[in-house]
Design a binder for this molecule. Structure first.
Ligand code: SAM
Length: 274
């Protein structure tokens, strides 16, 4: 019986293409690609010659049925997106569902995904997380989405385009407050890979003077357990008590930062200003 292969491709660095991904693309009868021009570059790089069919957001329904018919008639297919894993904020989910409805075997050839790659280097809690994808551009559904996350305790992962980043950071700050921690993971696996670790107030301030460039994944801290209970004054008081008990200012600020939603620098600054 024929198979649909869901094949992960690099998110920037072509050396992240797996041996199995290359072998699979060489072995199938045809490739369903989100953008055939983008995939052609990848195929050329790995010297793969294979017929392609475009499969993207606006032709999913019509192409999906064509692809399923071809697989049912005995051909094997690989689906790839422009970068990363198909089906993750990219076409693929629909085709996999059609395969399951038609008893077609689906196999995964795992590759990088920007979401997991970013989470791993974010410095945030990785034990429990939620993937939120892109926030909607419609004001109403964006507001509803953010509202539904207000009490989320798990680490949250968002995708964002550079030209929408400033606006999104403002919306996140309005919803989650100044002190919530965020890691902005930029240009992963590329020359200018960078992780910016801020709280939301620092993040919006940073981008007042800097124009966001490249691709971003935003890793937002979940709601801290003590967020409602401890104000900044109370956090500084806690630190003051530790200093009275013999801790150095930096040590006290670090301890309190670990147990509250305020960062070390903020508490330290308050302590030395006294
Ligand atoms: N399917 C892909 C995956 O598995 O990661 C995601 C595709 S989605 C259309 C594109 C978004 O992923 C970008 O807007 C950005 O948020 C994120 N992204 C993709 N490549 C990235 C990279 N190299 N560095 C940072 N973010 C990246």
């Amino acid at each position: 019986m024929s198979v649909l292969y869901v094949v992960g491709t690099p998110i920037g660095n072509l050396n992240d293409m797996s041996v199995r991904a290359v072998e699979t693309l060489k072995s199938v009868d045809f490739i369903a690609a989100e953008d055939t021009r983008v995939t052609l570059k990848l195929l050329n790089h790995f010297d793969i010659k294979k017929p392609m069919i475009s499969y993207y957001e606006h032709n999913i329904r019509e192409r999906g049925n064509i692809i399923i018919d071809r697989i049912l008639s005995g051909e094997s297919c690989a689906i790839v997106s422009d970068a990363g894993m198909p089906c993750i904020s990219d076409p693929g989910e629909d085709l996999v569902r059609l395969c399951s409805e038609n008893n077609i075997d689906v196999k995964v050839i795992p590759g990088p995904s920007a979401a997991i790659s970013a989470l791993c280097i974010s410095g945030m809690n990785t034990s429990r997380f939620t993937f939120e994808g892109f926030l909607s551009t419609s004001k109403k559904s964006r507001a509803e989405h953010l509202e539904s996350l207000k009490d989320e305790r798990r680490t949250m992962i968002f995708y964002e385009a550079p030209h929408k980043l400033k606006n999104t950071l403002e919306d996140l700050k309005k919803c989650f407050g100044d002190s919530r921690k965020i890691s902005l993971c930029r240009e992963l696996t590329k020359l200018h890979e960078e992780v910016l670790r801020f709280n939301l107030s620092e993040a919006t301030e940073y981008f007042e003077s800097i124009t966001p460039k490249g691709e971003f994944v935003l890793i937002l801290e979940g709601k801290p357990l003590c967020e409602e209970e401890v104000t900044l004054d109370e956090a500084v008081n806690m630190a003051r008590e530790l200093v009275k008990g013999g801790q150095k200012l930096t040590e006290a600020a670090k301890t309190v930062a670990k147990n509250t939603s305020f960062n070390k620098a903020k508490i330290y600054k308050e302590l030395i200003e006294e």
